[in-house]
Ligand binder design. Structure first.
Ligand SMILES: NC(=O)c1ccc[n+]([C@@H]2O[C@H](COP(=O)([O-])OP(=O)(O)OC[C@H]3O[C@@H](n4cnc5c(N)ncnc54)[C@H](OP(=O)(O)O)[C@@H]3O)[C@@H](O)[C@H]2O)c1
Length: 272
């Protein structure tokens, strides 16, 4: 159990999921979680989910009182959220989940290079997140390990160079929507073939969950699973042919490519 305190600037959906995960995983006790947010509804929801946490009146107090800071506001609010933190941030470890905010920009705003930039994804809301993170110049191995254990409380994480974070955004950041689109199509396929929608939904969800779990546990290449399921002249190879004819894999590659390109386009420009 960590004796440090962790302060969330912005107590919205991602902050709440992360804070709840930290407490559930036993990394910190709730009384060592602090949060500040101008939105009363967000503060209430955070307090409900992280019972025993401390809500502080402003970002300046939070930056002064917490040992580790988590920047969890929307990109449009980064200016006002960091303005109040001024000198107290120096020397503290900062985790930023603000989409598109680069390490050098954050360092410039906060006056520290002890910053870890994280791209989480939405399944962290249910404890199955996949995050990429990149470290600023003054982040040492102990800091990196601390951030890893925080992210592991709500899923898994991979350390990457900052130049690869847009690709992480295109793959795991946007990925839940791609998987959901695939799931919806699977369900509609089942309905087309006469299954009741609720039955098709349960079967499709479990098929995606089971295949992911199988691959993760076996540590095998996806082609091994495909080859084991597709028997000669059988149903699966007939279905795979339909996917190949319609360039399914090319479409998925292009989805990740487009999402990555868009992440780069939306990234915050350097400040003048
Ligand atoms: N949700 C995802 O799947 C996801 C995935 C990857 C990355 N992210 C990134 O994670 C960050 C947080 O996302 P989220 O979905 O948790 O957003 P959110 O639910 O909107 O939470 C952000 C909170 O920050 C508050 N806020 C606004 N200005 C503030 C200030 N000056 N000081 C402190 N708090 C302030 C907001 O209040 P108001 O509502 O009143 O503005 C809101 O309650 C974003 O940068 C997002 O891009 C999210």
């Amino acid at each position: 159990m960590e004796r440090i305190s962790i302060g969330f600037i912005g107590s919205g959906r991602m902050a709440t999921a992360l804070a709840r995960g930290l407490v559930t995983a036993g990394l910190v006790t709730a009384d060592r979680i602090l949060a500040s947010d101008p939105n009363a509804a967000a503060r209430r929801a955070f307090e409900d989910q992280v019972s025993g946490c401390r809500i502080v009146p402003d970002n300046g107090s939070l930056a002064r009182d917490a040992d580790v800071l988590v920047l969890a506001v929307k990109p449009a609010h980064l200016d006002e959220a960091t303005r109040a933190c001024d000198p107290p941030v120096v020397g503290k470890l900062v985790m930023s989940i603000v989409a598109g905010a680069r390490l050098d920009d954050l360092a410039d705003r906060l006056g520290t290079r002890r910053i870890v930039r994280v791209m989480p994804n939405a399944p962290c809301l249910v404890g199955f997140g996949a995050a990429g993170y990149a470290c600023g110049a003054d982040v040492d191995d102990v800091d990196a390990r601390r951030i890893e254990s925080m992210l592991e409380a709500v899923g898994m994480c991979e350390r990457v160079p900052e130049s690869q974070l847009d690709a992480v955004t295109g793959l795991s950041g946007s990925g839940p929507a791609f998987v959901a689109a695939f799931l919806e199509a699977m369900i509609d396929g089942g309905v087309l073939m006469g299954l009741p929608r609720d039955v098709a939904t349960r079967l499709a969800v479990q098929t995606v969950r089971g295949t992911s779990e199988w691959m993760a546990r076996a540590g095998c290449h996806p082609a091994e699973i495909k080859d084991r399921v597709a028997s000669p002249g059988g149903t699966t190879i007939a279905g795979l042919k339909a996917l190949e004819v319609r360039a399914f894999r090319g479409a998925v590659l292009a989805a990740v490519e487009e999402a990555t390109r868009r992440a780069t386009e939306l990234g915050m420009p350097p400040r003048p």
